[in-house]
Design a protein around this ligand. Sequence first.
Ligand code: ZN
Length: 130
Amino acid sequence: MTDAEYPLISSLLAGMRCRCPRCGRGRVFACYLDVATVGAACGLDLSREDASDGPAVFVVLVVIIVLVGLALAAEIILSLPMWLHLVVWASTILGLSLWMLRPFKATLIVLQFNYNAGEVLGGGGAGQQE
Ligand SMILES: [Zn+2]
């Protein structure tokens, strides 16, 4: 099948589900954050797609905005001791960041593929535009 014969899929939906940007079924990652060299469903090679530091920047921005608001609200409403703030917010930041990093990286890879941004960076994106 050529790229034009695959159905159009939502970049955001495919990215959040960590699915292949071309067919929407195969996985983007072979491991936690290692991009799959060949997709299991359609054979797409994603090894040249590189999201670089982009996902980490977006994750940090989202986590900071959400958790600073929650920490301030918790302090104002509950007046928690500082050691409890440290335990709660440090573990929440770590867990939320690790949980969000994968779908954010997949979304950027899917967007790079769909908008042929990989060619600018030397990648092989041959995707379709929505
Ligand atoms: Zn695929």
